[in-house]
Design a protein around this ligand. Structure first.
Ligand code: PLP
Length: 401
């Protein structure tokens, strides 16, 4: 077997690279999670998550992958037989809907064009038609990681307001948070669902809910069975004091470092960095798409995602062959297609702890993999990305000069 030297390039749309600072912050002896020192860690993390989510609301953190926070959002606010409107945007939206159904909730799917993202006008029309006000919640995946489509969450809030509908607004911000803008309070989000392993730059295993006053009030009447996820057991006077078992102290140490790094860089600079690196990837994809080559799956400029790009293969070519060539020949890990997009798209993650050389190395390796897999494609993708990065200043560079 060939000896592999150097670091693997890990460009999945999550989990993402964990910065050394976070790894070092977790490399500490265990402490008892009932001691005062740990209370201070939790409080700093919760305040940091409020900063990230742009909320003054309540935060609950679980020891769980993102699925846990999905479930927490549902079971704390809904009852069996309730109707929710799930905005179909792809694999993750449909899986959240399936989870709601498993709890006896009527999950109505609002159909949509996956390449264009959820249409706010369709949400408004459906809510206006709901004259009996049966729909208890609207569920939206902000960034549909399976398609690289960033849904227009603020416009959908406006659509709900225009319809004058009282439904709760629940948003999965797992792959948008700390990659591009999410504003929980300004957008009237009632439950935000976040996860550790994407823009938060942590290992998988932690997820959280941001909770509005309206959602907190809904816990009183919600009748879905709940134990592990029950906000009432985790909160005292609106602050997290419980952990549903032993607290995962090392993940909390990691989260403490993550929120410190986020505050140091600042949300605007984080978003600008993501936008610039994502744009470099898009320039490369645009070059590859010439002459019938692979193209960006997102087809509406209003919904392109700064955290992940899905690349649609030309007819008759298998995305898995490109993904395998990346991994086996160049030690670069990228994402494959999920569900019905399996084999049809590959996905490049451009979120989290990331800089220019990492993104250029990835683009060059994908371009080489297209050649290895004999996929017809336009030339000059890497050159286009280099030109864009060379000619566009880094965030803050303009003012520093
Ligand atoms: N929602 C979105 C948008 C995701 O990207 C993912 C995972 O990638 C999930 C939910 C599920 O999260 P987890 O795999 O951490 O349970």
């Amino acid at each position: 077997m060939a000896v592999i030297r150097g670091r693997q390039f890990f460009q999945n749309p999550g989990p993402t690279n964990i910065p050394d600072r976070i790894l070092r912050a977790m490399n500490r002896p265990a402490i008892d999670f009932v001691q005062t020192d740990f209370r201070a860690v939790v409080d700093e993390c919760v305040d940091g998550l409020k900063y990230a989510l742009k909320t003054k609301g309540t935060i609950v953190v679980y020891t769980a992958s993102g699925h846990g926070a999905w479930e927490g959002a549902l079971v704390n606010t809904l009852s069996p037989g309730d109707r929710v409107l799930v905005c179909d945007s792809g694999y993750f939206a449909l899986h959240w809907a399936a989870m709601a159904k498993a709890h006896g909730v009527e999950a109505e799917i609002l159909p949509g064009d996956w390449r264009k993202g959820v249409d706010p006008a369709a949400v408004e029309a459906r809510l206006r038609a709901d004259t009996a006000r049966d729909i208890r919640a609207v569920l939206l995946v902000h960034n549909e990681t399976s398609t690289g489509v960033a849904n227009r969450a603020a416009d959908i809030r406006r659509a709900m307001d225009a319809a004058g509908h009282p439904a709760l607004y629940m948003i999965d911000t797992i792959s948008s948070l700390m990659s591009f803008d999410f504003r929980m309070d300004e957008w009237g989000v009632d439950v935000a669902v976040g996860g550790s392993q994407k823009g938060m730059m942590l290992p998988a295993g932690m997820s959280f809910n941001g909770i509005s006053g309206k959602a907190l009030a809904a816990t009183q009447s919600a009748r879905c069975a709940r134990a592990y996820w029950d906000w009432r057991n985790l909160l005292t006077d609106g602050r997290q004091t419980g952990f549903s078992g032993t607290a995962a102290v090392h993940l909390w140490f990691g989260l403490q470092e993550s929120v410190r790094m986020i505050r140091e860089e600042g949300t605007d600079a984080i978003f600008a960095r993501h936008h610039r690196l994502a744009e470099a990837v898009r320039r490369a994809i645009a070059a590859w798409s010439a002459d019938g080559g692979p193209q960006l799956y997102a087809s509406d400029p209003r919904v392109i995602s700064d955290s992940a790009s899905a690349v649609l293969m030309p007819e008759g070519h298998d995305a898995e062959a490109v993904r395998r060539a990346c991994m086996d020949r160049f030690n670069v890990s990228i994402g494959g297609g999920l569900g019905e997009l399996s084999g049809r798209v590959f996905r490049i993650g451009h979120l989290g702890d990331l800089n220019e050389p990492m993104i250029l190395g990835t683009i060059a390796s994908v371009e080489a993999a297209l050649r290895v897999a004999k996929v017809p494609h336009g030339q000059g993708g890497t050159a286009a990305a280099i030109a864009y990065l060379a000619e566009t200043p880094q965030p803050g560079e303009e003012t520093a000069a």
